[in-house]
Design a binder for this molecule. Structure first.
Ligand code: ATP
Ligand code: FE2
Length: 326
């Protein structure tokens, strides 16, 4: 069976086409642009309305499939921004009804983990999911995906982007901060905020902006932001791995494209005798292929949804998902 997956939780609209062996036949992505980076949910939704039809055509051409080949339509049901989620859901319902195939709503966070498990080749990892809007450590335990640690305020990517916006770096700022950090020499003091298994980033943002005003060089600031925030992430990931006794760590979300973060997680994993897995970039960021693949896992294990029961869920929690496929 072939599934077409529609992603649209935030900035990115994505259409992925995947077969039931997990081959990604197409993965078309379009992210709302703009130098400011501040996301306006309505504008992002309008962007998705505009690009989703084009992305469907593009993905189908790339996958060399026609409508008759698609056996399932999956979409990102949550968590995310209301207007964006509604747009993706509406597109999915319209497509599923018009080609008369079943529909499947998918949890976006679980999808990051499942595509990683499939393409990166790990079995039972702890996922460090670090993106713009989300920062969580997720692992499978007691029949569910559970969140072992998460941000208490903003996602790490949003923090990097907000700092970058104030500092005039443009959007997205994460890659620019990574480049500047390479020239940083001095580690300046920023509030390292780990509370139990959770992390917080807004204090670091405030402190970094104050230091910038006082003339601390950007290179040193970027270096220090990375070292501090990434150490926090590595600490809670390690604690979760120890707690649930996982020998694998998987990375997901746009921020994990950062090479310094990868290096720090790799060192932590090696020191514990564990292994790190990183999916290809286009499957780390928000994408439709992960939604399609997770939809297929759900369908194959007997989950069914009626169009009438495909309401979006802006606060769809990872542990609310009934994991029928493991
Ligand atoms: P989600 O809805 O899952 O929260 P998102 O829309 O924020 O996702 P992603 O595509 O997963 O999107 O990630 C985008 C974020 O990744 C941005 O905040 C961007 O600054 C950050 N980012 C991208 N590349 C890097 C990098 N090399 N280093 C650090 N951060 C990065
Ligand atoms: Fe995401």
């Amino acid at each position: 069976m072939i599934c077409l997956g529609i992603e649209g939780t935030a900035h990115t609209a994505g259409i992925g086409i995947v077969d039931d062996e997990g081959h990604v036949l197409a993965n078309a992505i379009d992210m709302i642009g703009g130098e400011s980076g501040g996301i306006h949910p309505r504008e992002a939704a309008n962007h998705h309305v505009k690009v989703i039809p084009e992305l469907i055509s593009k993905a189908m051409a790339e996958a060399k499939v026609g409508y008759g080949d698609i056996g399932l339509v999956a979409f990102s049901q949550g968590p995310g921004l209301g207007p964006c989620l509604r747009t993706a859901a509406t597109a999915a319902r319209a497509l599923a009804l018009s080609i008369d195939v079943p529909i499947m709503g998918v949890n976006h966070c679980v999808a990051h983990l499942e595509i990683g498990r499939k393409v990166a080749g790990c079995e039972d990892p702890a996922l460090l999911y670090a993106s713009g809007g989300n920062t969580q450590v997720i692992a499978y335990a007691g029949g569910k995906y559970r969140v072992f640690g998460e941000t208490l305020d903003i996602g790490i990517g949003n923090m990097l982007d907000k700092f970058g916006r104030e500092a005039g770096l443009g959007f997205p700022s994460g890659p620019k901060i990574e480049q500047l950090a390479k020239q940083g020499k001095r580690l300046v003091d920023l509030p390292y905020s780990v509370k139990g298994m959770d992390v917080a980033f807004s204090g670091i943002l405030t402190a970094a902006l104050q230091l910038k005003k006082k003339g601390t060089p950007m290179e040193d600031l970027c270096f220090s932001i990375q070292e501090t925030c990434f150490s926090m992430l590595v600490e809670v990931t390690e604690r979760a791995m120890a707690h649930v006794e996982k020998g694998e760590v998987l990375l997901g979300g746009g921020v994990v494209q950062n090479k310094r973060l990868q290096e720090m997680v790799r060192i932590m994993a090696e020191e514990r005798g564990a292994k790190m897995f990183v999916p290809p970039s286009k499957l780390c960021i928000d994408n439709g292929a992960m939604i399609a693949w997770t939809g297929l896992l759900m369908y194959d294990s007997g989950t069914r949804m009626e169009v009438d029961n495909t309401e979006i869920n802006q606060r769809f929690r990872t542990d609310e998902v009934e994991v029928t496929w493991r």
